[in-house]
Design a protein around this ligand. Structure first.
Ligand code: GTP
Length: 598
């Protein structure tokens, strides 16, 4: 069989031309039956008249019948009732049922466009319509008061009486502003002198420019592009300071402007904190959003199985879509790119231990139906965040900070002296910041001209070690009265801090933290014998086998399971699902086997 033209030529050659010689399809000609032809054919097939042996019609064909059919219209309740009305009781129970579902972080409202959300969302006890009416009542004034003879607003209301009054007021405001700026300069540690470029006496910026990183309009545009294009948003937090690395403004934006997007917390770098602290944070954060613990490392990760299973569940929730996009957002340096690399099991995004490595958003295909979007790190403008907070969270590049030594006293306060001693091989525990830095300078030969200690150089080194996980520290999770806390007494930010079983000397281990596998214990059971004898509260294990961590991963997922009829959250099924992942899982299991053999 060839094309229509070829076929026609063949039939002509073989003398098979003419009607009834087959269904020869000729280009441009409609060879289907027309509606008219179909009607005739139907009449012939559907209702032939029935005849007796003598050939008389016993039962006429349907088109010949003279009986008029009985036409009936099915009764409908719409004739008698307004079917679009819902009783107050029914609405209340519907509202409470939906609100119960909506407030549960592990369940999601799907197809919100098809639900009467304005009726469901009670804003200040006013439903959508009333709110609109209230807005109009407040914002507008009666016609009679605005126009006509009784109009009350003849001239704009000003709160000054004369031009002199206005001038004095402006001067006072300017003085207040300069006072505040001076104060800010003193607090930020910058000099009160004007900049080189600003010698003409204009007001210099009160803050070092480096601390404005991550807040630029460009970065925020990138963030909004990522949020707009994502169906699932992974908010990456640093396990050492989850509260500090939470972008509450982004959470609020997603809650109010894009409630149909799924927000999930990923508590990354769990290898750098004791297991119980990680577990407690997961438990705490899960109350608001689904939370997963993660350790990003291409060869030796933690939480990867759970995260992939979760993303697959989201993808099956949106089975009507061709693919779902998963956006990574969070503070700089929290490990967004590292998580993508871990999931892809290869280096697809640029990773560096310095903030601001990712400059623009980037699409990465995780699997056929799941795309990942990497986003540059963002720093939400927060009145309460000091420069010190930003620096110690790793959100700025230490080498660009003007006076890094001023942040060392906080480091000394928050890291246990024995770890400082161990890391820098000091004989005596550090007493004050300057002496500590001088000792470090002398030990490492960081001397300036005339044998003076390079204090700032040493401070930068300590701060880099703090950010890169060479100095152990963490923020204790908040505990309410009666809630079970970790075995150690963690009281506030400067409380007793976690201890590390591994000796981490500076310079002996490159990227020490990332090479240690995390086995996170969430059972709340007492520490094992080795740890007890060691006397350390330790969340780190040398075990390399990720498979053994499966159950722990599940428990660290914050009891996460999406309630959807076609998605099973059995751990067995998860394993089956994982085995199904075409490219990634095959590569992963191969690598695991190889690892085990090795
Ligand atoms: N110990 C440890 N280090 C991690 C982990 N994840 C990431 N890192 C390290 O954190 C540093 C920053 O990681 P990135 O992936 O570049 O972070 P990012 O969030 O993409 O940073 P920006 O590009 O600034 O937005 C790198 O040095 C990583 O090796 C982790 O789970 N554990």
């Amino acid at each position: 069989m060839g094309s229509g033209k070829k076929e026609a030529a063949r039939k002509e050659r073989q003398g098979k031309t003419g009607d009834g010689m087959g269904n020869v399809k000729v280009k441009g000609e409609n060879f289907y039956r027309s509606a008219k032809k179909v009607k005739v054919l139907k009449r012939l097939t559907d209702g032939k008249a029935q005849r007796n042996a003598a050939g008389d019609i016993t039962k006429a064909a349907s088109y010949q019948s003279r009986e008029a059919p009985v036409a009936r219209v099915e009764p409908n309740r719409k004739w008698f009732n307004n079917t679009r009305v819902i009783s107050q009781d029914a609405l209340d129970s519907f509202r409470s049922a939906v609100q119960a579902q909506a407030s549960d972080p592990t369940t999601f409202l799907m197809k919100r466009n098809k639900l009467p959300m304005s009726l469901i969302e009670e804003k200040g006890n006013i439903n959508g319509l009333k709110q609109h009416a209230a807005k109009i009542a407040v914002s507008s004034q009666p016609f009679s008061e605005t126009f006509g003879a009784k109009a009350q607003r003849k001239k704009p209301k000003l709160d000054f009486s004369s031009i002199e009054d206005l001038a004095t007021r402006t001067d006072t405001m300017h003085e207040n502003y300069t006072d505040r700026l001076e104060q800010a300069k003193l607090l930020s540690g910058t000099s009160g002198e004007p900049d080189e470029e600003n010698k003409d006496g204009d007001l210099a910026s009160a803050r070092e420019f480096i601390f404005m990183k991550g807040t630029s309009k460009r970065i925020w545009n990138e963030l909004y592009k990522v949020i707009d294009s994502s169906d699932v948003i992974l908010h990456v937090l640093d396990a050492r300071d989850p509260d500090g690395t939470r972008c509450r403004s982004v959470e609020k934006y997603i809650r109010t402007e894009a409630p149909h997007k799924h927000l999930v917390f990923v508590l990354n770098k769990v290898d750098l904190v004791p297991s119980k602290v990680a577990a407690a944070w997961v438990r705490h954060l899960s109350k608001e959003f689904p939370t997963l613990a993660f350790h990003a490392n291409i060869n030796n990760s933690f939480g990867k199985g759970s995260l992939i299973a979760l993303l697959r569940q989201f993808s099956s929730l949106h089975s009507d879509r061709k693919q779902i996009s998963v956006g990574m957002v969070g503070y700089p340096n929290t490990g967004k790119s590292s998580i993508i690399n871990t999931l892809r099991k290869k280096k697809v995004c640029v990773v560096a231990p310095i903030a601001g490595e990712t400059k623009v958003w980037q699409y990465i295909t995780l699997m056929k139906r799941i795309y990942m979007i990497d986003c540059p790190g963002i720093v939400p403008p927060n009145q309460n965040d000091t420069d010190e907070d930003l620096l110690l969270r790793g959100s700025v590049r230490v080498e660009n900070v003007e006076y890094p030594a001023q942040y060392i006293p906080t480091v000394l306060k928050r890291v246990q002296p024995k770890y400082l001693q161990r890391t820098y091989e000091l004989k005596e525990p550090a007493t004050d910041a300057v002496t500590f830095l001088e000792i470090l300078c002398r030990k490492s030969g960081r001397l300036l001209k005339g044998g003076e200690a390079d204090i700032d150089g040493a401070a930068k080194m300590v701060l880099n070690d703090w950010i890169r996980g060479k100095l152990p520290w963490f923020t204790p999770p908040p505990y309410k009265a009666g809630e079970e806390g970790p075995a150690v007494g963690v009281e506030g930010r400067e409380g007793v801090l976690g201890e590390m079983s591994k000796k981490r000397k500076r310079g002996t281990e490159s990227e020490a933290a990332t090479s240690v596998a995390a086995t996170v214990d969430t059972t709340g059971a007492p520490q094992d014998e080795a740890e007890k004898t060691d006397g350390d509260f330790d969340g780190f294990s040398d075990e390399d086998d990720e498979d053994d961590d499966e159950s722990e991963e599940a428990s660290l997922a914050g009891g996460l399971s999406l309630e959807t009829p076609d998605v099973d959250d059995d751990s067995e099924d998860d394993e089956a699902v994982e085995a199904d992942i075409a490219a990634i899982s095959a590569a992963l299991s191969k690598a695991k086997k190889r690892q085990r053999k090795a």
